[in-house]
Ligand binder design. Structure first.
Ligand code: 5GP
Length: 188
């Protein structure tokens, strides 16, 4: 049996990764989502084991010691990591998996999984990104400022990705990602 493919989706905070991903998974039901672990506190409506595995810092650190994260990084002052076993099991069972991780994590995956396919979701403009971050309203002013600053840095790394998809219209962005996945399936 052929191994599944590993897709990585990155993009700055506020670009709409969550919305694009939800719609992508709704339309492409054979794609498996990798649920990350994080030390960030849950936002309202976020569910443990669905959106993230919400861990205490000491639990996350224990995971680092035990090599449980395929990659991990500190993002906006919190720790985030991809559970290694789940990714490996999914790929070995022939299913495709998608990781929604930041640029630091993507760099680590690129070293470990050179066959991974890297997609960067970009905003139509920085002004639009700032507006979307503002609209979200779930973050404190300090947190928002930090996310915008980090977003500008993340944008500089987009050229290291295999594909850059502009998130102007949701359905168009999702359609483009599905087309990328199909193209990669055909090329194997
Ligand atoms: P948020 O706190 O808004 O859910 O996510 C903040 C950032 O952390 C986003 O850029 C997201 O892509 C990134 N992120 C989420 N999960 C992981 C992960 O497992 N590893 C890494 N490196 N970044 C992650």
């Amino acid at each position: 049996m052929d191994e599944g493919k590993l897709f990585v989706l990155s993009g700055p905070s506020g670009v709409g990764k969550g919305t694009v991903l939800r719609e992508l998974l709704r339309q492409k039901t054979d794609l498996v989502y990798s649920i990350s672990a994080t030390t960030r506190p849950p936002r309202p409506k976020e569910v443990n084991g669905e959106d993230y595995f919400f861990l205490k810092p000491e639990e996350f650190q224990e995971g680092i010691k035990q090599g449980r994260w395929l990659e991990w990084a500190r993002v906006h002052n919190h720790l985030y990591g991809t559970p290694r076993d789940f990714v490996e099991q999914t790929i070995n069972s022939g299913r495709h998996i998608i990781l929604e991780i930041d640029v630091q994590g993507a760099r680590q995956i690129k070293e470990k999984c050179p066959h991974g396919i890297f997609i960067f979701l970009a905003p139509p403009s920085i002004e639009e990104l700032a507006r979307r971050l503002e609209k979200r309203g779930t973050d404190s002013p300090g947190e928002k400022e930090l996310r915008l600053k980090n977003a500008l840095q993340e944008m500089e790394e987009k050229d290291d990705y295999d594909y850059v998809v502009l998130n102007d219209r949701l359905q168009q962005a999702v359609g483009q990602i599905i087309e990328i996945i199909r193209q990669e399936e055909r090329s194997s």
